[in-house]
Design a protein around this ligand. Structure first.
Ligand code: SAM
Length: 263
């Protein structure tokens, strides 16, 4: 394979990849880090060629690595073999994946979203936990949703922790972002139901009439949906809380809603 071997943590590529743990570096470069050969191959299959492929000795003889290397080199990227210590530093884990790769971030403009291309879409307002967002992206992909729209001040969907939680689904669904005013204006053109989720709603999530394509709107982990967003929905629904817990975890509630709406 046409690759070079790097053993120093001061190597420029290693430093640039490690810096992608920082949001500012991701924003400035427009790049992000994905870990694991399976996920890298899924990304390639979804049309995303890696900019950098970094692999350790455990992956050197893996048959799928050739595919990842070929896609990277064909796209003008860089491939380096590194030792385990570098992989540990890059992933900040004792048990790192044997392959990590760097990809370009993709955000779909709201105007490019075709609502009818999927039965269901998910909008997340001010989601703060990268694990919650990654889990929602994975669930949206699994249920055949078109994508996830980030409304207001949300966590970065391309954080290392968030991408890990997507298990590769970050490459499979559309990701868009919007300010609250942009979302409210765009929502006016939505052809199906816009469904808010509220603990104070009086409509049970199973009894509402969902017109497809449906757009499910989820609130922030602490405050829930702000009134101006709840008021902009066609219907607000509640998943029954039968025990002592007063709310569900955001990603669990989103999963229940996605499968309720899509059937
Ligand atoms: N204290 C917050 C509140 O009053 O809304 C709790 C927010 S909850 C942890 C985060 C989000 O998950 C909510 O904004 C809503 O979108 C969704 N959610 C959680 N439990 C829900 C339920 N039982 N019914 C509908 N949505 C729920």
């Amino acid at each position: 394979m046409n690759t070079k071997t790097v053993t120093s943590l001061t190597n420029n590529t290693v430093k640039a990849v490690r810096a992608l743990h920082m949001r500012k570096e991701r924003e400035d470069s427009g790049l992000f880090l994905a870990e694991g050969l399976k996920i890298v191959i899924e990304a390639i299959d979804c049309g995303h060629a890696p900019k950098i492929v970094m692999y350790g000795p455990d992956a050197a003889d893996h048959p799928m690595l050739k595919k990842a290397v070929a896609a990277c080199l064909k796209a003008g990227g860089e491939v380096i073999e590194v030792n385990r210590e570098i992989l540990e530093k890059v992933s900040r884990r004792d048990n790192p994946q044997a392959v990590v790769a760097v990809f370009k971030q993709v955000f779909t403009p709201l105007s490019a979203i075709v609502p009818e291309s999927a039965p269901c879409w998910v909008a997340m307002q001010a989601v703060r936990d990268p694990g919650n967002l990654g889990t929602v992206i994975r669930t949206a992909d699994a249920a055949g949703c078109g994508g996830v729209i980030l409304v207001g001040d949300c966590v970065d969907p391309y954080s290392v922790e968030g991408v890990r939680a997507t298990m590769g689904s970050i490459f499979a669904v559309k990701i868009a972002k919007a300010t609250i005013p942009e979302f409210l204006a765009w929502r006016e053109t939505w052809p199906g139901s816009v469904v808010g989720t509220l603990l104070t709603a009086t409509v049970d999530h199973k009894s509402a009439d969902y017109v497809k394509p449906s757009l499910i709107l989820m609130g922030n982990e602490q405050q829930g949906l702000p009134p101006e967003l709840a008021a902009a929905c066609d219907v607000n629904v509640k998943i029954p809380m039968r025990g002592r817990a007063d709310s569900l975890n955001l990603s669990v509630a989103t999963g229940i809603m996605i499968y309720t709406v899509t059937g």
